[in-house]
Design a protein around this ligand. Sequence first.
Ligand code: GLC
Ligand code: CA
Length: 534
Amino acid sequence: MHNIQPWWKTGVIYEVYVRSFQDSNGDGIGDLAGLTQRVPYLAGLGIDAIWISPFYQSPMRDFGYDISDYCAIEPIFGTLDDFDRLVATAHAHSLKVILDFVPNHTSDQHPWFVAARARRDSPKRDWYGWHEPGEDGGPPNNWLSIFGGSAWEYDTCTNQYYLHTFLKEQPDLNWRNPGVKAAMFDTMRFWLDRGVDGFRVDVIYALLKDDFFRDDPTNLKFRPGDNPYESLRHDNSLESPDVHDLLREMRELLDSYDGERVLIGETFHLSTLERFVSYYGKNLDECHLPFNFQLIMRAWDAQTIRAFVEEYEQVLPIGAWPNWVLSNHDQHRIATRAGSLAQAKLAQMLLLTLRGTPTCYYGDELGMSNVPIALEDERDPFGIRVPGQGRDPERTPMLWDSTPYAGFSTVKPWLPLTDGWQDLNVAAQQAEATSILTLFRALVALRRALPTLHIGSYATFACTPSSVFAYLREHGGERVLIVLQFGAEPCVIDTAVLGVRGEVLLSTYLDRIGSIPLDQIQLRAHEGLIVRLA
Ligand code: GLC
Ligand code: CA
């Protein structure tokens, strides 16, 4: 059947944290040329698109999310020629390339901020969020930085405060200034003209703030021991409603290019599910995919996840396309959250069979878990400022083979390798018929082969025990049942209402296919099955 859906609906997205994927020049840090070398591996996984973490010129205070030139490549990562080669190689392997666009803030070393900071009457002054001190001489209001402390930094050069939602080295741009918008849209054009297939837009919900800079209200659900940032509700510092006008313009810019360029929004600290889906736009004219992080936020439990999937399916605007994320460079890895390799396998089956575009995180296909980092070895500024919030554990080097440093580099990498990397690496798992890597490839291939899995409808299949989450995908008369045993007990499921026999297409154990009776489907500990119904 001819597939007329856009690639970002039917495809699988894979996030590459470029610092940790492949080092090509022996400095212990991943780079663009290294990533280019690994394109055949990525194409071989069967995925459709790579989203690459920021590689622009940066002082690296937040490892590339602090940009000092949006149109230049940070020398650690390579050159513009390396970038062009990467895009050409990816496209030659039918992989789309999605860039990470970071519009909320620049680096404090960006020439715009350097100019803005120098004088109150600088033409760039209003490009950032400058404010007089509050009545007591302190910060203008109570807004907090996501990375700890006040969101305001007093600048003795001109005796005003400036706003920074993240580090003080990441001053927030003022998107209400038309010059900012024009300049930033130009940077998007720069990359679109170079052939990129879309953007993942960083903290899209934070681009505009309350025009009157009103205080954020207290969060009554806050408990001692929670991240102090959660002590307030961020009604005024984030999620200003007029951000939607801006996103429509961003989307128009992408739509003015040929070839289905995608707009993905990082939609994280959102207060409600309704707010979250509003990022699709009233006429589906904003983000194609506002990232859905609920598999990360909610407990790893069959009924919790079932309930959310149903809620999401209910609340999605008509025509809005769902999407799912299991892990990323800011969150603990799924293998760690789910607790075992068997559950990590189950999680991949969930991610790759739910209705909607899946985003995978590099290394999750190997079942990589968080790598514990001692406090004194911590590199992530978030973890250094707010104990317990460090993101280094999920950013460790990709494991390629059993040569020293796992084939990632020829020298000691910038972050340590996962324990047990000698068995977990790609080369080792490739040779193993029942590895999670083999399962990942089989899942992606099946998802591609069966339109039911990539565009079919979703319906929960109610069954017992409660540790099982089961659902039906259906398309053009084909019905596929997915049954996932989250629990550690073997169990039997009765699906007789669906027919007499079904055909197992895949088990997370990778050891059985073929006909089974539907009145008693046997599941082992943490087993997931994909069953085609007659
Ligand atoms: C986003 C990124 C995160 C970064 C922050 C500031 O949340 O995913 O890694 O630190 O924005 O840019
Ligand atoms: Ca390197």
